[in-house]
Design a protein around this ligand. Structure first.
Ligand code: PLP
Length: 404
């Protein structure tokens, strides 16, 4: 097709014309998708190697999830939490069981789950630990990404995410990620929680040193501090286990979940914790109009059932080894570093060759969609339904981009 017959350039222009420019998307306009594949308005197909930042762990339009959504759309979509609906209990119970926790508090976006975790930890600190009013602190790591609210960006170390959004929320101490001594030193009698990503996704799939997470668990237990694991991107099968914490046998006090919990259909997030922690919230103290709505619960309970089979965690672990082998083969051939956990890879391109953005543009030309982060790093996070052949295709496309 000759260029002036393509719909993409006009569709890109239209999208840019009417939106705030808080994103810099690749110039591709998607109109349909299935499994690991996307199709644009001109009929060109792309292998999805981002999976909606892991919101699409089960692929696009997974039949079981779509069927659940359709069935629920025809019955009941919203009640608010002022009333109980018939999808609520099963979702909360099955998610709590998957997490090995007593209780679940459903919200919508990841940032809301993080805010919920912060509020619960502070209230727990004042009511259970006995921290003096207004003195609670939470220890976080540099390089973190926990979302975009004003409180959350207050403890970001990314200037793009943070600058000019002050005044900032106090009460956070930032320590180097992976440094257990620094973390232990930052804890004092007013510390209520340590909030960490077990693997830092937005930072480029940064895996902390072995022993770090168990060390954090131990320090938190010894010092009467809650360990909050933000598994919004790392959880629900992405790394070859249900939770990234599982790789080191660590059980946090609070799981923050989101993204894949909504099956790529609806925004669903949740906090899971035991009753001695989540039980500090009483009626009227926290909530959300849409959190735990019938449509969300109907889809998310099917997500939990897919995960309860263990199949997706297994696929991610096994196929992740193939991805690792493929990517490691490119180190020295345009790549300077590779980090892989399950089907999640941070790939550092030699900055002398090209930026991450350029690499993603060239991958797009070859039918693979991925996302850059911080300079010359790109992330690969395909849907967990991807096949061996499709992984090979993605690696081959990257090899071509690096060799060109
Ligand atoms: C680890 C982590 N926490 C929280 C969030 C925020 O989630 P949301 O964009 O749904 O608010 C993200 C989003 O990328 C994330 O990766």
């Amino acid at each position: 097709m000759i260029d002036d017959m393509l719909r993409t350039p006009g569709a890109v222009r239209d999208a840019e014309r009417w939106t705030a420019h808080n994103y810099h998307p690749l110039p591709v306009v998607i109109s349909s998708a299935e499994g690991a594949w996307l199709t644009d308005v001109d009929g060109k197909r792309y292998l999805d190697c981002l999976a909606g930042y892991s919101a699409l762990n089960f692929g696009h339009r997974h039949p079981q999830l779509i069927a659940a959504a359709h069935a629920q759309l025809d019955r009941l979509t919203l009640t608010s939490r002022a009333f109980i609906h018939d999808q609520f209990a099963d979702f909360c119970r099955e998610l709590a069981e998957l997490c090995g926790k007593d209780l679940v508090l459903p919200m919508n976006t990841g940032a809301e789950a993080v805010e919920t975790g912060i509020k619960v930890a502070r209230k727990w600190g004042y009511q259970v630990k006995g921290v003096p009013a207004g003195q609670a602190t939470i220890v976080v790591a540099d390089g973190n990404f926990h979302g975009r609210t004003t409180t959350i960006v207050s403890f970001s170390t990314d200037e793009d995410a943070r600058a000019d959004f002050g005044p900032y929320t106090p009460g956070f101490k930032i320590v180097p990620y992976g440094d257990l001594d620094a973390l232990a030193a930052a804890i004092d009698e007013n510390t209520v929680a340590v909030l960490l990503e077990p693997i830092q996704g937005e930072q480029g799939v940064v895996v902390p040193p072995e022993g770090y997470l168990p060390g954090v668990r131990q320090v938190c237990t010894e010092r009467d501090v809650l360990f909050i694991a933000d598994e919004i991107q790392s959880g629900l099968g992405r790394t070859g286990a249900t939770f990234a914490c599982d790789h080191e046998g660590v059980v946090p006090d609070m799981y923050l979940l989101g993204k894949a919990l909504g099956g790529g259909i609806v925004p669903v997030s949740a906090v899971a914790a035991n009753a001695d922690v989540l039980g500090v919230l009483k009626p009227g103290q926290h909530g959300s109009t849409f959190g735990g709505n019938p449509l969300a619960c109907a889809v998310a309970v099917e997500v939990v059932r897919l995960l309860a089979t263990g199949e997706f965690q297994r696929r991610s672990a096994e196929l992740g080894e193939r991805l690792r082998a493929g990517l490691e083969g490119l180190v020295g051939k345009g790549l300077v570093g590779v980090r892989v956990r399950g089907l999640w890879a941070g790939v550092d391109i030699d900055p002398a060759l090209m930026s991450g953005r350029e690499a993603c543009e060239r991958l797009m030309e070859r039918g693979v969609l991925a996302k850059d982060t911080h300079g010359s790093t790109i992330r690969l996070a395909p849907p967990l339904v991807i096949t061996e052949k499709e992984i090979d295709l993605a690696v081959a496309a990257l090899a071509e981009v690096l060799a060109a």
